[in-house]
Write a protein that binds this ligand. Structure first.
Ligand code: HEC
Length: 141
């Protein structure tokens, strides 16, 4: 029984993104992360009051979202299009590397479990920066 649990959890995580179209699926993941940033961004900027529970819950969602960004499944050969640039396929290694950097930044922020706005802001900065770095090369305007 016990061994079934992790597999079930993994399947549930992927359900919201399960459609037949990888372009739709990857755009849904990207939309979800920008939605989560609508909670985190204003707190990092000091425009919304800091709340440790809200921040940690949002960071955990962002982490689950980052894990769901499965490059092989979401950007297979033949799925060129959407707003992904040709570089996603021609410079696969670079794309995988920036995805890994993004994941690491999100994971580090979760691990920091920020208890105040300054610590949170410091761990949020590399997350926001890596959205932009990846889009520069791999997302069309
Ligand atoms: C490793 C690269 C990478 C990282 C990191 C990344 N993105 Fe993206 N993003 C893409 C690519 C590629 C697309 C284009 C996907 C498509 O349209 O096929 C995209 C598209 C988007 C879109 C448009 C979705 C749509 O509806 O068409 C939004 C919004 C977005 N990203 C937000 C974010 C935010 C916010 C972050 C950081 C928290 C982020 N992305 C991090 C690669 C990345």
């Amino acid at each position: 029984m016990r061994s079934i649990l992790p597999a079930t959890a993994a399947i549930m995580l992927f359900v919201p993104f399960a459609s037949a179209d990888p372009i739709e699926d990857r755009e849904a993941i990207m939309k979800e992360r920008s939605q989560i940033l609508r909670t985190l961004g204003p707190i990092a900027q000091g425009r919304t009051p800091f709340d440790a529970d809200t921040v940690l819950a949002a960071l955990e969602e962002l982490n689950a979202n980052a894990q769901a960004h499965d490059i092989e499944a979401l950007y297979p050969e033949g799925s060129e299009g959407g707003d992904a640039t040709a570089a996603v396929w021609s410079d696969r290694e670079g794309f995988i590397e920036l995805d890994a950097e993004y994941r690491a930044a999100v994971q580090a922020a979760v691990a920091a479990a920020p208890e105040d706005q300054q610590v949170f802001r410091a761990s949020f900065q590399p997350i926001g920066a890596s959205c932009g770095t990846c889009h520069e090369t791999y997302r069309a305007d």
